[in-house]
Design a protein around this ligand. Sequence first.
Ligand code: ZN
Length: 159
Amino acid sequence: MKIEKNSVVHFHYSVAEPGMPQLESSHDRDAMAILIGHGNIIPGLEEAMIGREAGEKFSITVTPDQAYGQRQDGLNQRVPRKHFKNAKIAPGMQVVLPTSMGPRPMTVLKVGVSVVDVDLNHPMAGKTLNFETEIVSVREATAEELEHGHVHGDGGVQH
Ligand code: ZN
């Protein structure tokens, strides 16, 4: 079946800035599972999947506006050090911390004795990104998945 709104898609990807080393890849773990049309992934990649089928491979270049948005000033925040379970944090490291909007990736700017300065911009904000993508499988979503807005089972939410 072809991918359309409300399809469940499993896929592998790798992402890099044009001409740069790979930033991230799913190939060393399970395929990503997403529900199309529910904001599970960046708009540019989701749009490029519409109409494709299992087994298809494609590469696309996505501008920041269709990816993680532009970098914003004023997103630096000071966080109590105790929120970092990993004691070996260092400037430049990317960490994921729970926020009122759910888990959020951020970049460590400065590490103090009791506080840590972080930049809440997404690490890929402001970047044009190349995605190498392989569609692994496509299926229809269950009624429960549509209600929750995410995929259940393999690669999805387990609950
Ligand atoms: Zn659910």
